[in-house]
Design a protein around this ligand. Structure first.
Ligand code: SF4
Length: 192
């Protein structure tokens, strides 16, 4: 049974403009009416963030029992967009439902014209190997400041780019990892 969320409250308020006297005539208040709402199908609603630009509008994504997206709309409780989405944001649903969506890691070897499927284990292991190799090759232990060598412990061969879809926790963790690796070229999509 549905509970009285802010969205239900707005819907009931709107309905109440036309039907309020009917409810009162039947001896029912808004809370009674909300408690009586029954969903025909089970849905799971999750709050999320639009990944397309740095505005970071809030979304409510509904999924069915098999995890497929069945509905997507702006989150009226999110202070950034208060329920409004631009045309790109409304199309976020297609990131999940489009038949063109990629489901595997694709790799194109240097000089090759063909893409090969890779597993996530293979991709992560390759990325880790390349980070280690580049970091070792470009490590800077000290720099000269005012004629003196001071420790800086950084790599100048790797840059790290964050995206607007990263939430606060992901941003915190990825920044922490980048700093731990000694990366100083740390940027964000919104500043480019
Ligand atoms: S809904 Fe539009 S404005 Fe909001 S984050 Fe997505 S792309 Fe940006």
């Amino acid at each position: 049974m549905a509970t009285l969320t802010r969205r239900h409250f707005f819907k009931l308020s709107a309905a109440g403009v036309g039907g309020g006297s009917l409810l009162l005539a039947a001896g029912l208040g808004p809370a009674d009416a909300a408690g009586g709402l029954q969903l025909h199908k089970k849905i799971g609603e999750s709050a999320s963030i639009c990944p397309f630009c740095s505005v970071g509008c809030g979304l409510i994504v509904a999924t069915n029992d098999t995890g497929h997206v069945t509905n997507l709309e702006g989150d009226p409780d999110n202070p950034v967009n208060r329920g409004v989405l631009c045309p790109k944001g409304i199309a976020v649903r297609e990131l999940s439902t489009s038949p063109l969506r990629l489901h595997t890691v694709k790799h194109r070897a240097p000089g090759s014209a063909d893409w090969e499927d890779k597993t996530w284990d293979e991709a992560i292991s390759e990325i880790a190997k390349r980070i280690k190799k580049t970091r070792d090759a470009t490590w800077v232990a000290t720099a000269t400041v005012d004629g003196k060598a001071v420790p800086v412990n950084r790599t100048e061969g790797i840059a790290w780019l964050g995206g607007a879809a990263n939430n606060n926790e992901e941003g915190y963790l990825s920044t922490k990892l980048a700093r731990a690796l000694g990366i100083v070229y740390l940027e964000h999509q919104a500043r480019i």
